[in-house]
Write a protein that binds this ligand. Structure first.
Ligand code: CA
Ligand code: CA
Ligand code: CA
Length: 262
């Protein structure tokens, strides 16, 4: 008896084919989701990078010809002066040959003893689920996420812009402008008003402004020596992916060589 050629698939073949098809679809879907997520996170990272570069290049422009006066308030405030022609002889040295360091007053007049200050202006607070409230009187948002990806939901961050102000000889601010920074800063867990804590959760604190040594470029403490001719600025920017499920954290560090002897 002649058997007709078998047509169609057996049940088990259908099941296997179905399983293979499902697996292929899952893998494809996985790749699509990953590509989409990668594209999303890349976009957020690009945006964060742009904010960082804007801020860092602005600070660089302000301070590269400056003489550093001091870094204070837990590394969040940097004071500096620049060469000015205070005596009006068309150069920035006085009759003794010394550089006339100062800043401009509100009428753009070069003024000795005036100082420019860069400091932070806290705008809002980002808290992980168990992060403490800072009670600063600024908006606080709580997120059920590990924003800094350090394995816990205990952290809290402030988001700040940079405030630039001119201080007169008495230290009174005569002019204030803002550099929209979107800086993320972590307070110290032991002192929630000291904003030089650990932002990225690697166990090392992340101060905003630090003095660096001219010879080795090594970051020193706020007490700077004669050799200090560099300032490091460490910025963190963050942003959520479009679905709000992931928070990208980006770190940028700039080492600015100061033109003037400190
Ligand atoms: Ca002069
Ligand atoms: Ca965390
Ligand atoms: Ca850190």
């Amino acid at each position: 008896m002649k058997h007709s050629r078998r047509r169609g698939l057996t049940f088990i073949e259908v099941v296997i084919a179905g399983a293979i098809l499902s697996a292929i679809m899952l893998v494809t879907l996985g790749i699509m989701v990953r590509v989409s997520n990668d594209a999303q996170t890349a976009r957020v990272d690009d945006f964060n990078g742009l904010k960082a570069q804007e801020l860092l290049s602005r600070v660089r422009r302000e301070i590269e010809f400056a003489k550093l006066k001091e870094i204070l308030n837990n590394h969040t405030t940097l004071r500096f002066q620049i060469p000015v022609d205070h005596d009006g002889d068309l150069d920035v040295t006085d009759s003794s040959g010394a550089t006339e360091f100062g800043y401009f007053d509100i009428a753009s007049k070069p003024t000795l003893n005036a100082t420019c200050e860069l400091t932070i202006d806290v705008q809002n607070v980002l808290r992980e689920t168990n992060g403490p409230s800072l009670g600063l009187g600024v908006p606080e948002d709580v997120y059920a996420l590990d924003l800094n990806h350090d394995g816990d939901r205990n952290d809290v961050f402030v988001q700040a812009r940079l405030k630039m102000q001119i201080l007169d000889a008495g230290g009174v601010a005569t002019f204030v402008a803002f550099i929209d920074g979107g800086l993320l800063i972590a307070p110290k867990p032991s002192a929630l008003t000291e904003y030089d804590g650990d932002v990225d959760g690697d166990g090392v604190n992340d101060p905003l402004f630090m003095v660096a040594d001219f010879s080795g470029g090594e970051v020193l403490n706020a007490n700077f020596s004669q050799a200090a001719r560099r300032v490091t600025i460490r910025t963190f920017h963050g942003g959520f992916t479009a679905d709000g499920a992931y928070f990208m954290l980006r770190k940028d560090v700039d080492l600015i060589r100061l033109d003037q002897k400190q």
